[in-house]
Design a protein around this ligand. Structure first.
Ligand SMILES: [Zn+2]
Ligand SMILES: [Zn+2]
Length: 379
């Protein structure tokens, strides 16, 4: 077998192993049992549980349970966005077997005018900032040409990463019908006063950073946005934004949220600089995330790139500001900082995945060395 085929064959084995791990994880979460939030009765296929239509974060076996629970317990939690909607893509509760952490950490929650936004982390499980924009780190290149530089970017630790991916869950919980459009492309992340000069040190040619004056924060920097995409609507994965009827402007990632609806975004920022190579280093220097939403006008036909500034002129923008809770960030990454990468992966994603990732990385490194020795296609 020629060396390149051999490489592709072995690296595919590694990728298959990772996929298998993901499949097992999915099967586990799929089988997770659902219980009535009041009486703990388990869901059966004959009697599926109904969720609170405003928050979708609790489920009930009956109307009686819902009514009683709402007045006794749930009313406040529902209104103050205590829990995000229950969905597999943003699971803040279910712990995988052998793991001590939920799958999606919550690093910040913002609430404004009955709209809420939770901030979590995207990127990859080794906590390194991505080396390539667009979230393609760790995935095999789509095109056929496999260059040394591309390969290097895929091997953790070979190059310093630059891109921080945040996952943002947004939900409309208006007590009365008030459809809102969240403009994903305009979601911003702002550095702390301490972080601003550090992020600026990594500024790239042509990069535009908005500087904003905040009374209690001083002059802070808006991180340069690299990409924005809508990944889920009401818990379902969106492959083609344009084919989802709730998406009103695919270019601007504008999603219509009626009461109870929720959408998830993956937003990527250039955050790397000297000494900022890992997700937690970037997160520690973030102050808040700002998610803009505007009232839905069914007659509007223009791009949300125009509708958003116009709404701002009319003072109609609902600005959901989620402050980054540094205690949550610290707690989530504690294992990484005290015991290193594989201990972190094991405690967050399971021992099996930690081993698979380790083996996969080693394989990639070996193959990379081999390719470099062959002097292959080194642009
Ligand atoms: Zn019940
Ligand atoms: Zn509720």
């Amino acid at each position: 077998m020629p060396p390149i085929d051999e490489f592709m064959a072995t690296s595919n084995v590694g990728i298959d192993a990772i996929r298998q791990g993901l499949k097992e994880k999915r099967a586990f979460t799929k089988d997770a049992k659902l219980f009535c939030s009041r009486c703990n009765k388990q869901e059966t296929s004959a009697r599926p549980l109904q969720s609170c239509s405003r928050c979708r974060s609790v489920r009930y076996c009956s109307r009686d349970c819902q009514v009683a629970h709402y007045s006794q317990v749930h009313k406040k939690a529902c209104a103050n966005f205590q829990d995000p909607p229950l969905c597999r893509a943003f699971s803040t509760k279910i712990a995988l077997p052998g793991c001590s952490y939920p799958e999606s950490p919550v690093f910040g929650l913002g609430v404004s005018e009955a709209m809420g936004a939770w901030v979590s982390i995207g990127g990859s499980i080794d906590c390194r900032l991505a080396t390539l924009p667009g979230g393609i780190k760790g995935r095999p290149p789509k095109d056929e040409s496999l260059s040394v530089s591309k390969l290097m970017a895929m091997v953790p630790g070979m190059m310093d990463g630059k891109y921080l991916a945040l996952r943002i869950m947004v939900q409309n919980r208006a007590p009365k019908a008030k459809p809102m459009v969240v403009v994903g492309k305009a979601i911003g992340a702002f550095a702390s006063a301490k972080g601003t000069p550090l992020f600026l040190a990594g500024k790239e040619p042509g990069e535009i950073n908005a500087m904003v004056d905040y009374p209690h924060l001083g002059r802070v920097m808006g991180l340069a946005k690299v990409s924005a995409e809508i990944t889920h609507f009401n818990g379902k994965e969106i492959k083609e934004a344009a084919s989802c009827s709730a998406v009103k402007d695919a270019d601007m990632c504008a999603v219509l949220l009626n009461v109870g609806d929720y959408a998830m975004f993956n937003i990527e920022f250039r955050a790397g600089a000297r000494g900022i190579t890992h997700d937690f280093q970037a997160l520690e220097l973030l102050a808040h995330v700002l998610v803009p939403a505007i009232p839905y006008d069914p007659d509007a036909t223009e791009s949300y790139a125009k509708l958003l500034p116009r709404a701002a002129d009319l003072d109609q923008v609902c600005e959901i500001r989620a402050v980054i809770d540094q205690d949550s960030v610290g707690a989530w990454y504690k294992d990484y900082k005290t015991q290193g990468e594989s201990a972190y992966i094991a405690s967050h994603y399971g021992e099996a995945r930690a081993n698979m990732i380790g083996a996969g990385n080693q394989q990639m490194q070996e193959m990379l060395q081999m390719m470099m020795q062959m002097g292959l296609n080194s642009q």
